[in-house]
Design a protein around this ligand. Structure first.
Ligand code: SF4
Ligand code: FES
Length: 265
């Protein structure tokens, strides 16, 4: 080992990472901040730092504390479980690299959802909304239906982009209109309406889905802040979906008014 490498390793070994983490012991109890200072390792992400705190739950004052709770699963920005607010920005903690964050790194739970404990939130509202909008393709699984209907390639490509949604909740957290004063289902769910309505079989329930987003908590609650599309970690074109649904619901409104035997494409 050269002298220069030894000095570099010594510098890394003495480096630390500072965190300010919002803690909450139960859904009902008051939140509070706790500071941590942990040894630095190259290429750390927020989750590996939280794992280090869990391994040795001692706060920055040197006092033994309870391990911080958070959710995670895939560790590669696919499952959506690890969402939290990092330095004021809702995002996935598995892809938040410590080297790219200003310290102290502030971790808070997404406040759009009820806090279960520390950084763990309950995203049930989103899953209930998926049921409300019938976010599935109804098929009869009792016998082999053969291949599904083919989709034009261009349509398949844009629907594939919409299908990347991992129900992480980040766009709901970023949206000023998703709050406890409205029932707004949020941008992700609107985009899923567009996705399932675009499918040749899913379009059988198109009218029902449009009726849902034309009712309380639907499209009318969108304030067009456009925060959602900036926040989405999967780059889903949420505002394009919302614009397309505005057009679809307008057509549906005329259809409801004048009556039609035909599905609106
Ligand atoms: S649209 Fe994007 S930000 Fe919103 S829930 Fe889906 S993946 Fe997350
Ligand atoms: S752990 Fe799955 S998205 Fe981060």
């Amino acid at each position: 080992m050269t002298q220069q490498t030894a000095v570099q390793e010594q510098q890394v070994a003495s480096k630390t990472v500072k965190f300010e983490i919002q803690r909450q012991d139960t859904p009902e109890s008051a939140p509070y901040f706790e500071k941590f200072e942990i040894p630095y390792r190259p290429n750390m992400n927020v989750i590996s730092a939280l794992m280090e705190i869990r391994r040795n739950p001692v706060n920055a004052e040197g006092k033994k504390t309870t391990p911080v709770n958070w959710d995670m699963n895939c560790l590669e920005e696919v499952c959506g479980a690890c969402s939290m607010v990092i330095n004021g920005r809702p995002r996935q903690s598995c892809t938040a690299l410590v080297d790219q964050l200003t310290q102290p790194i502030k971790l808070e739970p997404m406040r759009t959802f009820p806090v279960v404990r520390d950084l763990v939130v309950d995203r049930e509202f989103m899953f209930d909304s998926l049921k409300r909008i019938k976010a599935w393709i109804p098929i009869d699984g009792t016998y082999d239906l053969g291949e599904g209907p083919r989709m034009p390639e261009r349509k398949r490509q844009w629907t594939y982009e919409l299908s990347k949604c991992m129900t992480c909740g980040v766009c709901l957290e970023a949206c000023p209109n998703v709050n406890d004063k409205t029932n707004f289902i949020g941008p992700a769910l609107l985009s899923q309406v567009r996705l399932f309505n675009a499918h040749p079989t899913g379009s059988m329930n198109k009218d029902e889905r449009l009726a849902t987003i034309m009712s309380d908590g639907g499209l009318g609650e969108c304030g067009n802040s456009q925060n959602c599309v900036v926040a989405c970690p999967k780059g889903i074109p949420l505002t394009t979906s919302i614009a397309a649904l505005n057009r679809d619901t307008t057509v549906q409104m005329f259809k409801n008014f004048f009556g039609s035997d035909h599905m609106v494409d």
